[in-house]
Write a protein that binds this ligand. Structure first.
Ligand code: CP
Ligand code: NVA
Length: 298
């Protein structure tokens, strides 16, 4: 594995190997190998971040490396320097790069032009690091996803849902996505996905019924602030106690965070399920360390 750009391009074997190594690194925290010793990894972020930035900075240090955070406003990228030129400069100086930005193509171009290991830390199309942390959390909480129903309630065509749909296709679990009619995955995407175990509905109760995992995310992703018309369509898609009354016994609730209480999730539900939701946040660190270790070996 040379880069980690999407769940779409990972195999089931690569996903399970990353999750196994994440569990090992979690268990051995403080005493494991340091394959990034002597290395500098750049982190180019053109969108805000708490979890991703902190977990990568800590993870790189724990693996022996030095993280270099580069906000778009601090580098010439923010003044219009093309990504392919930025890539060719950084590729000659640092050992790897983590990028959070809008267009997936920018991350692909960076990987191509830099020649160094490149990690997608969220684009408009995918959030692969988050989904790996989420899968680790499902494994730890429920023992795995075999025979489990996972529901995603919210925006049906956001980075989170797209990555979850690819994970369902690769790993073979049942995924029910409930979204307003205007915010569902388009037909051409579903044709490309070609995953009969992924169902799409406008009925949140149908998706939540019998689900072992109830997953949600913000209604307005970064870059969509102020789209009040979009937000207004999501009222019936709140994860609240009524909706959870339809879920399977022993269900867990996942939220990648940040959460907007009173919108996609209630205060009551978030606090009731906080232990698993913040375990999920912590798992960002362990999952990303597994990615860094895998790329350092490539
Ligand atoms: N879940 C997530 O990616 O959080 P941040 O935006 O804080 O990095
Ligand atoms: N879909 C959200 C995820 C935030 C971690 C966004 O892109 O803003």
């Amino acid at each position: 594995m040379k880069h980690l750009l999407s769940i779409q391009e990972l195999s089931a074997e690569e996903i399970t190997a990353l999750l196994d190594d994440a569990a090992r690194l979690k268990a051995e925290r403080g005493g494991h190998e340091q394959p990034l010793a002597g290395q500098t990894w750049a982190m180019i972020f053109t969108k805000s971040s708490t979890r991703t930035r902190v977990s990568f900075e800590v993870g790189i240090r724990e693996l022996g490396g030095f993280p270099m955070f580069l906000s778009k406003n601090d580098i010439q990228l923010g003044r219009g320097e093309p990504i392919k030129d930025t890539a060719r400069v950084l590729g000659r100086m640092v050992h790897g790069c983590i990028i959070r930005t809008f267009a997936q193509q920018d991350v692909v171009d960076f990987a191509d032009f830099s020649g160094i290991p490149t990690i997608n830390a969220l684009t408009d199309d995918e959030h692969p690091c988050q989904i790996l942390a989420d899968l680790l959390t499902v494994k730890e909480s429920l023992g795995g996803w075999e025979g489990k129903k996972i529901a995603f309630i919210g925006d049906g065509f956001s980075n989170m849902t797209i990555s979850w749909m690819w994970a369902a296709k690769k790993l073979g679990f049942e995924l029910a996505v409930a979204s307003p009619a205007d915010y569902q995955p388009p037909a051409d995407f579903l044709a490309k996905l070609d995953a009969p175990q992924v169902s799409i509905t406008t009925d949140p109760v149908l998706a939540a019924t019998g689900a072992h995992v109830i997953n949600t995310d913000v209604w307005l992703s970064m870059g969509q602030e102020g789209q009040q018309e979009k937000e207004a369509a999501f009222g019936p898609f709140q994860v609240n106690a009524d909706l959870l009354s339809h879920a399977a016994n022993g269900h867990i609730v996942l939220h990648c965070l940040p959460a907007y209480r009173g919108k996609e999730i209630t205060e009551e539900v978030l606090e009731k399920h906080a232990a698993v939701i913040f375990q999920e946040a912590e798992n960002r660190l362990h999952a990303q360390k597994a990615i860094l270790v895998a790329l350092a070996k490539s």
